[in-house]
Write a protein that binds this ligand. Structure first.
Ligand code: URA
Length: 208
């Protein structure tokens, strides 16, 4: 398995060069507010790529994807279905945190279509490098970043779509589950697990 790249020391691989380039990205205004660009992480030969929306507050501070509350829920779900996070490539459709300052707090804002489109060049580059067999879009921003159009989660979940050489699985974003009240929360968590459980069969299907 190719080594995980969490920090860039020497830009001497295609991946390192990509990150170095993305760090200079001014394709949309989000770089001005965020502390840093948060690139994807994971094995470069991962069979599964999980795509989220954009880094949140913790991700912006720490510089890694899915390390805040949504990441903790994702970790729990991966554990519940027996998937090892270390074997997955995790990234976001948009690589800078978007927020509205409110006093000392930074309130998350969803990226708009122009920001998703501007950031697509990095997601495309990650897809070209990793060449996953299965792509999981976590929420509508990720689905839009990948497909270029609006995807309704309810209508698409549980039904993987062909996506180039790969399968695209569209499911709920863990942050959306966190915001729900019971019993909707538990119901949606169970549906999220059902979707994640499809991954091994999709990989096996692709390999056959
Ligand atoms: N939400 C996302 O979509 N991505 C992250 O990395 C964190 C929270």
């Amino acid at each position: 398995m190719t080594e995980r790249h969490e920090q860039v020391s020497e830009p001497d691989t295609d991946f390192d060069r990509l990150i170095a380039e993305a760090r200079q990205c001014h394709r949309c205004p989000l770089w001005q507010q965020a502390r840093q660009m948060v690139f994807g992480e994971g094995p470069l030969d991962a069979e599964t790529m999980l795509v989220g929306e954009a880094p949140g507050d913790r991700e912006d501070v720490l510089g890694h994807p899915f390390v805040g509350p949504a990441g903790h829920l994702l970790d729990r779900a991966l554990q519940d279905v027996g998937l090892d996070r270390k074997g997955l490539y995790l990234t976001n459709a948009v690589k800078h945190f978007k927020f509205e300052p409110r006093g000392k707090r930074r309130i998350h804002q969803s990226p708009v279509a122009s920001e998703i489109k501007a950031c697509n060049v990095w997601l495309e580059a990650e897809l070209a490098l990793v060449k996953p067999k299965v792509i999981v879009a976590l929420g509508s921003v990720a689905a839009r970043g990948l497909t270029g159009h609006v995807v309704r989660i309810g209508a698409s979940r549980g039904r993987p779509l062909p996506f180039g050489e790969t399968s695209l699985l569209v499911t709920t974003h863990p942050s959306a589950i966190l915001r729900m009240e019971e019993p909707e929360k538990s119901e949606n968590y169970a549906l999220f697990l059902e979707d994640l459980r499809l991954i091994p069969a999709l990989i096996a299907h692709d390999s056959s």
